[in-house]
Design a protein around this ligand. Structure first.
Ligand code: NAD
Length: 445
């Protein structure tokens, strides 16, 4: 049987492997998934919640091992990987309760009830940048709704996914949660297989492909896609707070975050002061291996992604950008903290998702110019405005699913995680998001 090898992004040496799933194996996976789903669907929400909570307890003794595996497979520092594992374990308590409340039947009149019924088998396809959290966010609502799941994790992080699934499966009934390993080929085969829903987190390009492939079967889709988040810094912004946020948001997870700040439009009147503060914060970042204390930017996940970031930086330099920090000629496996100014519409850095530790700045004369540039994108995941009394009015004009005023996006726990335009289709989180994993049924008697 063919193997899928997982590579350490730091050394490119193999750290482990798993069995590659062939498309010919999918019918058997589906048969088991349907069998398990039929039994799971008759349980009450409270019973499903209880089993899931028990299953997630099996992750507790594995907490440190899972964190190390995340760091080894995709390069993020151990502290961040630890938060990801901790958050996943913690989610079993509150997220199962939240989904349970959202999916409880409701009486809306003396003879009419709204029910939230299982859909069947959910294909859950996930990315590598938060390999545990991104799978988990969609797994809990999918299972709580009474579905079974076939998880297709990223080919960059198969070991984390396998360890996670193996641990949960010591408690969950056989066949309820299965795994299909491989790259986009097995992803495509899964999308085309006899499943009922696709819950996807990944790039916009893959999302469009999945939508086209799912069309023939009119399969239910929830897709959380890429972003190219703008940040606007108004003349009356708290410059230090804006600069601190800009750097933290651009460099988080080595810039490999869907809602990282990708392009910054700053009022020309405060631009010099803003750039000085950005540089002061950016110089505090340390690049290195995941297990070295003080390191907060790890290696880039793979050579293709490294080349993607370099290509954007080289394009920006060729089109006139100035490098205030860093360069465009980094060698594998790192991209050093980079600050670029003179960003223009023509640059790939402005038009495309970068997914690297890059602060990209442009100066504006009039706020309408900044709003227009912020909105000139197919992406619409997050957007941020830093400013005084006029900031809410600017925020209202931004075309994004999540907008932060003088803070990051996302809001309080229980808010939906949602992209506008081509950054998403459907969404998760909140009662409305949880219900997308269920079939709504109206029962009148
Ligand atoms: P990707 O789209 O390349 O891959 C994601 C998953 O989809 C992988 O498992 C991959 O094998 C699979 N896949 C790829 N093409 C497919 C196809 N045609 N059919 C079926 N499956 C396919 O994304 P990635 O590089 O793993 O992750 C980074 C991307 O994910 C970025 O664009 C980032 O913004 C996005 N992302 C979005 C969110 C969000 O919540 N909106 C969260 C995290 C990451």
């Amino acid at each position: 049987m063919s193997r899928l090898i997982s590579y350490d992004p730091l050394t490119r040496s193999a750290i482990g492997d798993v069995a590659l799933t062939e498309a010919a194996q999918l019918p058997e996976l589906l048969r088991q998934a349907r069998l398990a789903q039929t039994a799971w669907a008759v349980l009450t929400l409270a019973q499903r919640q209880q089993q899931l909570r028990l299953a997630y307890q099996c992750l507790i003794p594995l907490q440190d091992d899972l964190a190390k595996l995340i760091s080894r497979e995709m390069g993020k520092d151990l502290r961040r990987a630890g938060y990801e594992v901790g958050g996943t374990i913690h989610s079993a308590a509150y997220l199962t309760a939240e989904v349970g409340a959202a999916l409880a039947s409701e009486l809306i009149g003396p003879d009419t009830q709204i029910q939230y019924r299982p859909l069947g088998v959910v294909a859950l396809i996930s990315p590598w940048n938060y390999p545990l959290a991104m799978a988990n966010n969609l797994l809990i609502p999918a299972l709580m709704a009474g579905n079974s799941v076939i998880l297709k994790p990223s080919e960059e992080t198969p070991l984390v996914a396998q360890k996670f699934v193996d641990a949960l499966n010591t408690v969950l009934p056989a066949g309820l949660l299965q795994i299909a390993h491989g790259d986009e080929k097995i992803g495509q085969a899964l999308v085309q297989a006899d499943i009922n829903m696709i819950a996807f987190t990944g790039s916009m390009a893959a999302g469009k492909h999945i939508m086209a492939n799912a069309a023939a079967g009119l399969k239910r889709l929830v897709m959380e896609l890429g972003g190219n988040d703008p940040m606007i810094v108004m003349a009356d912004a708290d410059v230090d707070a804006a600069a601190r946020f800009a750097v933290a948001s651009s460099f988080e997870n080595a810039g490999q975050m869907c809602t990282s700040t990708e392009r910054i439009y700053v009022d020309a009147g405060i631009a010099r002061q803003f750039e000085e503060r950005v540089l002061a914060y950016a110089r505090q970042y340390r690049v290195g291996p995941w297990d070295q204390p003080g390191v907060n930017i790890g290696p880039v996940v793979n050579p293709r992604q490294h080349q993607h970031v370099l290509q954007q930086l080289q394009d920006a330099r060729a089109k006139g950008a100035q490098f205030l920090l860093g360069s465009d000629d980094y060698v594998l496996p790192y991209i050093q903290p980079t600050v670029v100014t003179g960003l223009t519409r023509e640059m790939q850095l402005e038009q495309e998702e970068t997914f690297g530790p890059v602060v990209a700045i442009s100066h504006f004369q009039h706020i309408q110019e900044a709003i227009q540039r912020a909105n000139e994108s197919d992406y619409g995941l997050g957007a941020v405005v830093f400013g005084g009394a006029g900031a809410p009015e600017v925020a209202q004009q931004l075309e994004a699913g999540m907008v932060g005023i003088n803070q990051g996006v996302g809001g309080a726990g229980g808010a939906p995680w949602v992209g506008a335009k081509h950054s998403g289709y459907g969404f998760h989180g909140s009662a409305a998001g949880h219900r997308q994993f269920a079939q709504v049924r109206v029962l009148s008697q």
